[in-house]
Design a protein around this ligand. Structure first.
Ligand SMILES: C[S@@+](CC[C@H](N)C(=O)[O-])C[C@H]1O[C@@H](n2cnc3c(N)ncnc32)[C@H](O)[C@@H]1O
Length: 263
């Protein structure tokens, strides 16, 4: 990265630090997975503040690229024709998917499952730009837990209502169904794993999945074993680094049911 790397100026320390701050480490914590850190930097290419979360030296997410995260919610919820929606988001991250879900007025409850308590805390304390609005919305319930363990369990995603079913699950945790963050996640994207997930949905319920890879035939085939209608949407957006376009994939998969939207 270009530019001087400095930490945030502590209260009262103005003048002891370079005035032109381009990079701040807002917080870092040691977790069982490694050191997780939250940074804010001024991005020259886009001329905006960029928030980034890193796990050790690996970038987990960046606020620079959020079009597909937002479209995960938009496309996923558009695939449901239910008039009121109870929704699960898997992976809070910077909160763009959850925030976009709340923009759909049909959403009456939103469980956001996140395995890192630090990420939930950054939202609650307002360190992240969407945090205050997200956590103040009475429909939002951050749930500290492992999405995969919850999917595998009979109890599911709502610790206060075991066995509760949902109208949509929007998932953005792994890089892609075949490029997972942890090998223990891989089972979910197999047919049996998808059946498990579908068991937490109402008839006509929607599973939407973000992927960094182009549409994959094997993923579509596995989804089609369980869901009645499967689509792979390619979401394209500007990339200021390449000065070109980049793309992600959003899969939407809808169960058979009275409220199924086939569009
Ligand atoms: C790519 S980010 C999600 C980005 C999000 N869609 C957004 O709009 O900012 C993935 C998130 O999933 C969380 N995560 C990783 N493993 C998880 C697990 N097993 N269960 C729940 N959350 C997990 C990470 O800590 C991270 O916050």
């Amino acid at each position: 990265m270009a530019g001087t790397v400095v930490r945030a100026v502590p209260d009262g320390a103005e003048g002891m630090w370079p005035v032109n701050l381009r990079f701040e480490e807002l917080d870092w914590r040691t977790t069982p997975l490694g050191v997780i850190s939250l940074r804010r930097r001024r991005d020259r290419a886009s001329d905006q503040d960029v928030y980034e979360i890193k796990l050790d030296e690996e970038f987990l997410m960046s606020s620079l690229f959020t079009v597909a995260e937002t479209d995960l919610a938009r496309l996923g919820l558009a695939a449901s024709s239910a008039s009121e929606l109870d929704v699960v988001v898997g992976g809070l991250g910077l909160g763009y998917t959850a925030y976009a879900a709340l923009e759909d007025q049909r959403v009456r409850s939103l469980q956001v499952v996140e395995s890192l308590g630090e990420v939930i805390e950054w939202h609650r304390s307002g360190l992240l730009p969407l945090g205050e609005e997200l956590t103040a919305d009475p429909r939002t319930r951050p749930v500290h837990g492992d999405f995969f363990a919850m999917t595998a369990s009979e109890e599911g995603f709502d610790p206060e209502a075991p066995g509760r079913r949902f109208h949509a699950v929007l998932l953005d945790i792994d890089h892609s169904p075949t490029n997972v963050l942890d090998p223990s996640h891989a089972w979910l994207y197999e047919v049996e794993g998808l059946r498990r997930l579908a068991g937490h949905l109402h008839p006509g319920g929607v599973f939407a999945l973000w992927s960094d890879d182009p549409p994959q035939e094997e993923v579509i085939a596995a989804l089609a074993e369980v869901f009645a209608v499967v689509r792979a949407h390619v979401v394209t957006f500007d990339n200021p680094y390449t000065r070109g376009a980049s793309s992600n994939t959003v899969y939407t998969a809808v169960l058979d049911g009275p409220e199924q939207n086939r569009s």
